[in-house]
Every structure is written in C-alpha cells, then in structure tokens.
Design a protein around this ligand. Structure first.
Ligand code: PBG
Length: 330
C-alpha cells in the first residue's frame, strides 16, 4: 500500500485539478434515492401553514401532502416519513388520536398510499408526543414520569393501526426500552410480517429539535432527558444498537445527524443492516437562517451537510431538503 507523502514527488493536488478529475476520484456520491422526506400533516386546516422556524416547510393539508408525496416520487426520493398534527381538542393524556384508525396520521397514511402506491416507501413516526396533551413521547405514571412499559402497550397498538393504514415502515422514535421487540411482536401478531421497523437507535436529547416543536404544535413542558440519550455519551449508542438488532430492527438510525457524525460512523461500522441518519429541524434552520442573512452559500451548504452525513456512514438520509436536493442532483 502507498504510504502517502513518502516519496518526494507526492502532490495530492494533482487529483484536484479539474471538475472532471474531482468527480472521478470522489469517494462519496449523493443520489436522490439516498433521501427520505419528513412531512407534517395537520388536522382541520384548509390551507398549508408555514412553519416560521423552517422556511420552506409546511404543515400540510391532506391535499397538499398528496402533492408533496407525488413530487417526491418525481424527484426520485425513496421515501416519506409522516408526522401527524392533531387538532388541539383531540390531544389527551394517553395520545388516543395516535391509535384511532381515523386519527390524522392514519388518514394521511391512507391518502399517501392511495396517491403513490408502492412508488415511495411510506413511513410513519411511531411516537405519542404529537398526540399527548403533555407532549411526552409516552404515557405518564402517577408521579408524572414517563412509564416505559405502559407506553409500550400504546406503541404496539399504534404499530398495528399504522400498518392497517398502509405504512410500509414504522419508525419508533420514543426511545422506550424494548420498543422494537414489542412492536415486532405486535405486527407479527396481526400477520404483518411484511412491515419493516426503522429503529431510532441512537436518538439524543438535542436542542436542535427546537423548530420541530413548532412544526408539530408540541405541548411539551420540560424535556426528554429521562428517555433520550445524553449528548455526552458514545458507548451507550452501541448498547442501544445491540438491543435494537437483537429485538429485530430492520434498519437503524442516528439522530440528529450533523452534531453526531462520530456516532453515525461507529454505528455504520458495527452493523449489517441499512443505516439512516436524520438531519433534523434545527440543522435545517441553521443553514436556512445563515443563508438568508447572506452569511453562507445555501446550496453548497446543503450539499456539503448531506455529503458529510453520507461520508460518515449513512446510506439513507432523512432531510427536509430531500426533494430540492434530489432535483439539484439530477
Ligand atoms: C418524536 C420526534 C421528534 C423529532 C422526530 N420525532 C422530536 C423530539 O424527539 O423531541 C424531531 C425531528 C426534527 O427535529 O426534525 N416524535
């Protein structure tokens, strides 16, 4: 093997001379099929509602969600991850709207499947936080703590109604212990061995979820530090990974992406299942805000963040720029 720089004529710059040369030797290539679009659908609105902290992203009506899904197919994006935003009066302590077959997320899943069939992998967020009036990802015990095992019961039912509504993939994002195994059993129990689980394996308690709270009209008071991971920890991710794989995760995810590329690289090295990363709302907002101020070049910054995430080991990237980036790549 060449030891770089070991002979006098070594000039790495020779491989950077022209765009064609750089393209030829590029180690990482983004492709539209790497990308998955997260999308929000809100109950009870007749026009899409702009999310102020995420310029260009909307809470969709069922109609505009269908259009967004069709556009994603046209752009060559692989998948769509749906988040439901119920009307305030439909939130309660148990997050009942999340398991109601006529809840907004289930209605949206059916609409999107009707629109795109199998042309897009249709995924659903499997978590209670959008549906609970306290905003936590699970149900609470008498002391107000998130009750892990009682929450699992709710997730099992959610997985079943989401599968019935047409989800190809469910994405449990609540970081409850045992969630993947219980959901697998619940799906298999109704004969839905065909529905995959994209496990949010390493999900950190992050300040960068900020804009998402507006996007889903979150009711959360406090934080999620008793269930999401501490940003200080790395080894813990490998433990979460081992558990998710043992419980039957079909695909695993690291989230957020940009501030956790070291975790992503470690996870990617350790598995033989597809690895995803979620470039979250705050990562999107930072680039959009700096670009709006004229402080960075928007399109280059977008491409660079996505390239970095792929280079670190993500095969699939959830990004709010999915459709735009896919078009840029074409
Ligand atoms: C939980 C969930 C969150 C996000 C995706 N799923 C919020 C949270 O954990 O607080 C955040 C996504 C983003 O910020 O773009 N259902």
């Amino acid at each position: 093997m060449t030891v770089y720089g070991s002979f006098p004529g070594a000039r790495p710059r020779r491989l950077r001379t022209t765009p064609a040369m750089r393209r030829m030797v590029a180690e990482t290539r983004l492709h539209p099929a790497d990308l998955i679009l997260p999308a929000f659908v809100r109950e009870g609105i007749s026009e899409p509602v702009a999310i102020s902290a995420m310029p260009g992203v909307y809470q969709h009506t069922l109609d505009t969600l269908r259009k967004a899904a069709a556009e994603a197919v046209d752009a060559g994006v692989s998948g769509i991850m749906l988040f439901g935003v119920p009307a305030d009066e439909n939130k309660d302590a148990a997050g009942t709207a999340g398991t109601d077959p006529d809840g907004i997320l289930q209605v949206a899943l059916r609409a999107v499947r009707e629109e795109v069939g199998d042309d897009l992998v249709v995924m659903s967020d499997l978590c209670l936080d959008e549906f609970t009036d306290h905003g936590h990802c699970g149900v609470l015990d008498a002391q107000g703590r998130v009750d892990n095992d009682a929450t699992l019961e709710r997730y099992a039912e959610m997985a079943q109604v989401q599968a019935d509504a047409g989800a190809h993939v469910v994405g449990p994002s609540g970081m409850m212990d045992g969630q993947v195994g219980l959901i697998r059993d619940a799906l298999d129990g109704i004969g839905r061995e065909d529905v995959s689980i994209l496990a949010y394996t390493a999900k950190y308690s992050s300040a960068f979820y900020g804009p998402f709270r507006e996007a889903v009209g979150s009711s959360l008071q406090g934080d999620r530090k008793t269930y999401q991971q501490d940003p200080a920890n790395s080894r813990e991710s490998l433990r979460e990974l081992a558990l998710d794989l043992a419980e039957g995760a079909d695909m695993v995810m690291v989230k957020p992406a940009g501030p956790y590329l070291d975790i992503l690289a470690k996870v990617a090295e350790g598995v033989d299942v597809p690895v995803a990363a979620y470039q979250i709302s705050g990562e999107y907002a930072m680039v959009e805000a700096a670009a709006e101020k004229g402080w960075i070049e928007r399109d280059r910054a977008i491409t660079e963040t996505l390239t970095g995430i792929k280079r670190a080991g993500a095969q699939m990237i959830l990004t709010y720029w999915a459709v735009e980036a896919a078009r840029m790549l074409r």
